[in-house]
Design a binder for this molecule. Sequence first.
Ligand code: GLN
Length: 475
Amino acid sequence: MKIEDLKKSFREKSLSPITITEDLLEKIKKDDLNAYVTIDVKGAIAAAEAAEESFKKGKESPLTGIPIAIKDNICTKGIKTTCASNILSNFIPTYDAHVVEKLRAAGAVILGKANMDEFAMGSTTTTSNIGPTKNPWDKTKTPGGSSGGSAAAVAGGLCVASMGSDTGGSIRQPASFCGITGLKPTYGSVSRYGLVAFASSLDQIGPMARTAKDVATIYDVIKGHDKQDSTSVNMAYSPTPPKALDMKGIKIGVPREFFGEGLNPEIEKAVRDGTASFKELGATIVDIDLPHIRYGVAVYYIIATAEASSNLARYDGVRYGLRTGGAEDLINMYMETRAAGFNAEVKRRIMLGTYALSAGYYDQYYKKASQVRTLIIRDFNEAFKKCDMIAGPTTPTPAFGLTEMLDDPLSIYLLDIYTIPANLTGLPGLSIPCGFTGKKLPIGLQLMAPAFKEDMLLRAGISFQDHTTFHEARP
Ligand code: GLN
């Protein structure tokens, strides 16, 4: 159910937050999607009881009684936060992430922690230490990643909404593979306090749900300044009116570079039909150019790995998580712990990033990547002189087989081509369902906007969904 409908039923007492929570917990236990790493039965029931009490007293907050899943790289006080990694498999945070605090304060019922690629590095949720999550539309396919558990839980009816994190596409890509709506907010608009860092200049937390309206409701709860995150932007954040945007007079830019070689023809058609729907609603469609976008993947996989190699240095067997016994001295303890604690993809990234930052190579790789990042930012600044929003595909392919491309990381990296620009530039991006392939796999359309224009993006998403039914389809 949608947040609004569920709350209405709670208010009218035709449904009870406790029953809904118990049903979902039961369903999660029986399910084979492998969408959750940890379920918090006690905490969820307690929150549902509090929600029921609130409704009895006629008091409610935006998310009272709404069952939500949290990606397992977002800290939850007293509940394991593993990042789907052996190195953190027993890590229990002593505090809640800022977003978790805000969700709890808004009345949300946190069901548990969602599966993901180890340390959010990946696009398939197959590198998790508890095994892959399956796509509810076709269980032989990947749900995408790295927030694949968060996406599959929503699409599979195992929660109403979820939180993901997006460093290079990890909210938008799984949202598109699972036929749901996902927002990567503007860098700095949602606090990263309590998010386990992967690449600090790119990471952003965001909401995933069936509809743009639900995503807007959650975004309004979690956004805003937080002094515990030094990159959190201190400004007046206005609420998003949960209403369709009048598309008349809105210019939507369609980048020529987004429709090149490698784009699946069924996706191209669905996305073109999607932009045609916006046109019917009154928008003007204009062609735009983003000439440096073709370097995006290369730039991202230098910057992200460099930052990751630095961020992941803290897992040393001393302060957090796993320590393997029996080493002769400190250096060997570090080496043995890290060798046992990380899986192949994380090791690959640490090695690539360490190389890119090393003396003699820094200028050639990290510095050059940072400079090209600036050129990509300029491309978008230029583009937004010609349009209000940008539309294109979220991904070049639909969901692929769970075991496909496992031995070919480079091909998987290349699939991030359309999502990476929002992270390199800090801009917001929204993926909304816009169709299905002949084999009934969901297709996503990505909308991008200037910084802090989430209200415009989300309200354009609402207009689209008022006009289409793709978001209503169920696996
Ligand atoms: N697929 C990208 C990667 O592997 C993005 C991951 C993310 O956004 N966390 O790095």
